[in-house]
Structures are given as C-alpha cells and as structure tokens.
Design a protein around this ligand. Sequence first.
Ligand code: UGA
Length: 439
Amino acid sequence: MELCIIGSGYVGLVSGACFAEVGHHVICVDNDQRKIDALQAGKIPIYEPGLEELVTRNVSAKRLRFTNSTEDGVRNSQIIFIAVPTPPQPDGSVDLSFIERVAREISNVLVPGEYRVVVDKSTVPVKTGEKVADTIRRYKKDATFDVVSNPEFLREGCAVPDLMNPDRVVIGSSSQKATDLMKKVYEPFKAPILVTDVNSAELIKHAANSFLSLKISYINAVSAICEAAGADVELVADGIGMDKRIGRNFLNAGLGYGGSCFPKDVKAFIAISKQLGTPFKLLEEVERINETQLARFIDKIREALWVLKDKKIAVWGLTFKPDTDDVRNSVAIELVNKIVAEGAHVTAYDPKGAEKAIEWKLIDGSKVKIAATPLEAVEGAEALILATEWKEFANQNFEEVKKAMHTPLVFDGRNLFNPETMRELGFDYHGVGRGVAGK
Ligand code: UGA
C-alpha cells in the first residue's frame, strides 16, 4: 500500500521503516530540512537498536523515501499518518498546534473525490480526531476522507521489535472503508487488532501510559515503606508480580519514571479529565510520588555524605532509560543537576547519551565532566551513583572500580546490583527500598 507519515521523529521514523519492511511503500515527511538531508544521506538522527539497518535496507529496496513536501506525501499516498510532536503546555494540557497545522496542510492538498484516510498516530487527548476532521472540512469543504485514531505503543530502546511484534493494534474509526484499509496496513504484522470508535482509541493511549506510570509510582511508594519497615522491595515486587492479574512488568522501583511520554501523558490525562468535568485525582498522587522518589534518594546520599559541596561524585547513566540516546526529561539528568547545584563535582559516563546532554545544554558542560569509560568516571570518587540501568554497568570489574574510588560508597538508583555481592566486595551499598539487604 502507499503510505505517508508526516513527522519523522521517533514514532514517525520507526513506523515508516517498519511499514516499509513488511512491503508497503512509505514516504516520510518532515519540515526540518536538516533532518531530511541527513536521512537522505543515510544518517539516522536517533539511536534505536536495529533502526539503521531497517532504514538502509528499505531505502535501497525503494520502499522508503524522505521528503520535506507534505504535498508530495499526501498526493502519492492512500493513507496519511500524522506523527508530529504534541508537547506539553505550562498548565499540563497538550499543545495541538502542530497537529492543527498538519491538518490544514493536508486539506490544502486533498482533491475532492480522491479518498484519503487521515490517521492520528501522535499521542493526543480524547476528541482530537473530531477536531482534525472539522479542520480539514473547514478548509476543504468537499474533501473525501475519514479520520482514524491509531495510537502507538512502542517503547524507546526497543521500538523496532515493539513495532514489528505489537501486543495489539488499536484502530479507532467510525468508517468501515477506513477500518478495512487500516486492517490491510497491519495484516502483515499478524497482531491482534482492536477496532473501536475514535474517542475510545484516543483514550486507550492516555489510559495505558497513565496506568503504567501508576504501577511505577505504586512500587516506588511501596519501596519507601520497605525502607521504613526493613523489607526488600525486589522480593515484594516478585511476590505480587507472580499474580498473573498484576504481573511483574513495570514494578521496578527506582528513581521514578521520566522520558518524553509518561510525565507528559499523565499531566495531559489529568488536564483533559479536568476539562471534561471528571477530575482524575489518583493521577495527581502518581505524579507526587514520582517527584518524591528522587528527593528521597538524594536525601539518602546526603545522609551518607553529610555535605555534598566539593564531593567528587561519579554518575553512571544519563539517558532516561537504557538502550537509547534520549536524554529528554531524564531523571538521571535531574539528579545530576540537583547535586551539582549543591556544589558536588560530578563526573558522568553514559554509553550513548552524554553528547546530547551537553549539546542540548541539559547539563552544564563547564561543571559536569564527561568520562570516556565507567572506570574513568569513578577515578577518585567519594561516591558512585547508578542512575540508568545500562547492562554494561552490571558487567564492570568491581574490584577495579573499588580500587579506583576514594571511598567505596554506592547509591544504586535502579537496583541493578546485588546488595550482598556488593557488600562482599567491600562497598557500602544503598539501593532503593532494600531495607533488609541494605537501605
Ligand atoms: C512508554 C510506554 O512504555 C510505551 O508503550 C509508549 O508507546 C511510549 O511511552 C509512548 O507513549 O510513546 P518509553 O517512554 O519509551 O515508553 O519508556 P518506558 O520503558 O515505558 O519507560 C518510561 C520510564 O519509566 C523510564 O524512565 C523508566 O526508567 C521508568 N520505569 C519503567 C521505571 O521506573 N520502572 C519500571 O518498572 C519501568
């Protein structure tokens, strides 16, 4: 099928590449000329395992191409996916101006009588689909089109496998013709398809991300109780997670959730539910717990080091999660900035994210040193903080690490290390919610 994706960010680019991989012809559109130039030159602007090979293969097979022209994309495709950013506004609601602009751009190109399906893939508040349809109709009265909601559930760091093997595909549509075409798009993925109305599909996305955030805040709140009572949150999570109704996934206690989705989507769900006159207070508590979690962790560091000023501290991990170079809304970065503000001298190491953290000025390059290896970061350090659970950190030679450090104090913000092993190695180990094996 002929598909066009407007917006070549995480969702747009990975979706485009995966659609091409299963045999569709895909045009990826972006108004950022630098991004298009880079993509046309074979350079992938983000680090996502497996993506580069996929893009290269499908560009050579002539199933995938890139352009800055919405007109080119819309004219030459049956189905137009909108995958532009929906950033948060100061009050927590979503800025839908990019979606609105794309709706107008699409309407400019639509030719009455030539049917198109316009699919919203960006994460949007419920009722956005109605507004997209109204906008297109307002600017092109006789346009023949349907608007569909098709939320995306991929996770950064495993976006390609998530997209190639989705748990489910949600198609929100009020038109049989559009639904049939969408089913054909997804047929090759052999995933369960749930067809709903447009509003329900939009709600599914916000409700899913908010529920996962709630799971994380739930276990983080439990981790605080574990610390106070003397229990191990990892064992508690295993025990409750073995109940199939609960499940062990997303019950990893740590520094809290970050990234460009959960914090934004929880806020947006709170905002839209308020707007609809049905405030979702539970989610306000989810946010509060998330903020407290980092503060509690920094208290723990202060408790051990007494004063942070002039302390040499190594931080492993800057990205918001492992296997990505994404440093946006990363709790690890927030942590670094907070301890630097208290006068700590931080040396950080991250396998993929350090360059972007400095380039995007998320951390101050004049105050935070970037190390080339994990071992270099801990040289002379009075404490080591594990902020992102990259696998490579678990596989370090900890005899060497201990030798390199000034004082062997470890704060494990993601419970990556085994407390007993660390203690046997001579570290003073502090995890999250590990009140039995260690605080
Ligand atoms: C999330 C959802 O998982 C995807 O399904 C969704 O499509 C995506 O948002 C989106 O809306 O685009 P993502 O933000 O890539 O995906 O990352 P997650 O793996 O969900 O992690 C989010 C945050 O939660 C990270 O900071 C991670 O460290 C934290 N987390 C996750 C925990 O603290 N504990 C856990 O048990 C799991």
